[in-house]
Unconditional design. Structure first.
Lengths: 181, 92
């Protein structure tokens, strides 16, 4: 099913907003993680962990799912398809991988945020920050973004077969249209 | 003689490709474009090099990530400094 140009532009706008928003939210999360790691002030560390938990559950997770959903809509609603081009396929796999890691990691963040609210000064100073997961996650999201902007050439065997099928069907449709007129 | 080698213009949607291959412009003579010699249009195109390299990198990174988590390493994240044991609480 191919979307109309107006609908396609709307879906593209939504997809760009959610995807870039996801990257921005991860950068903000990373900033909080750095603050929790390097700051000596206990109130700041505690606040950073609480903010990381809230940012994770209420901003990053919804944006991740919204980005995946709008990406699926864009792929299936346009000629690009979901499995026809390698860059789309890689984007899908990396996005799903990032979401799985995010969902597996967020309970740990909640657990540590819970500790941060109750921990004494000595325990809080050992809590540190959360840098590795958001750092690698940000790298993965930037790779996806580069793939989406540059759209490197390369059609999957499935995409090639579908293209061949469409090419063989198209002349038959044209002939049928001409004979009717 | 002016010669244009394989000028390819791609327009959205992706299957609309205008291809001008090896046009030779000689005054008073029209030469038709040459055929795609050596290009087999019946078989699928070979996998691009970037796909192979990218695929290997992704597989290695995913395996490394899974291995690190299975062995209890948390990539130097907060888990390595968790004071959970002091509180007698198990991390999820």
């Amino acid at each position: 099913m191919t979307m109309t140009p107006g609908l396609r532009k709307f879906a593209l706008t939504a997809h760009l907003t959610f995807s870039v928003g996801w990257i921005g939210a991860v950068i903000a999360y990373l900033g909080l993680g750095i603050a929790a790691r390097i700051n000596q002030d206990m109130q700041t560390v505690r606040a950073a962990w609480l903010a990381m938990e809230l940012t994770g559950w209420y901003v990053i997770v919804p944006l991740a799912f919204a980005s995946l959903f709008t990406g699926l809509v864009m792929a299936l609603g346009t000629k690009w398809g979901l499995f026809r081009h390698y860059w789309v396929l890689f984007s899908l796999v990396l996005t799903i991988f990032a979401i799985i890691v995010l969902l597996l990691h967020m309970p740990t963040v909640s657990f540590l945020a819970g500790i941060a609210t109750e921990a004494d000064e000595a325990s809080l100073s050992r809590l540190g920050g959360d840098l590795a997961h958001p750092g690698i996650g940000l790298l993965v999201l930037l790779v996806i973004q580069v793939l989406n902007v540059y759209k490197p050439r390369g059609m999957t065997p499935y995409g090639w077969r579908k293209q061949q099928e469409e090419r063989t069907v198209s002349p038959a449709v044209d002939t049928a249209t001409e004979s009717r007129s | 003689m002016n010669k244009v080698h394989a000028l390819i213009i791609e327009i959205y949607p992706p299957n609309v490709v205008i291809c001008v291959c090896n046009f030779s412009i000689i005054p008073g003579e029209i030469i038709m474009p040459q055929t795609h010699e050596g290009v087999d249009l019946e078989s699928p195109p070979s996998t691009p090099r970037w796909v192979k390299i990218f695929g290997i990198i992704i597989i290695v990174l995913v395996l490394l990530f899974i291995l690190l988590h299975l062995t209890g390493n948390s990539l130097g994240g907060p888990g390595s400094h968790t004071p959970s044991m002091e509180h007698g609480v198990q991390q999820p």
